[in-house]
Design a protein around this ligand. Structure first.
Ligand code: ZN
Length: 76
């Protein structure tokens, strides 16, 4: 996991203002029976120890997963 940015803002996980980190990680998921690896982004809350996916991140992460799936099919 890599920290891309730290920013003080209102955290939607604990509903308090604090430094929220934007992190990058490699994820492995099964999509349509194929295991795919892709880079995804999340916000991390220290208070709850949880990751939050903003709507924008959700779309980007979902797209990255489908791209990885498409590339895997092309390679095979
Ligand atoms: Zn929080």
């Amino acid at each position: 996991m890599k920290i891309l940015k730290s920013e003080k803002k209102f955290c939607l996980l604990c509903m308090e203002e604090h430094v929220v980190e934007t992190v990058e990680m490699t994820e492995h998921e099964i999509f349509k029976g194929e295991e795919v690896s892709f880079t995804s982004h999340y916000e991390y809350c220290y208070s709850t120890g949880d990751f939050l996916e903003t709507e924008e991140m959700f779309r980007a992460n979902n797209f990255a997963m489908k791209e990885a799936y498409r590339e895997k099919l092309e390679r095979s």
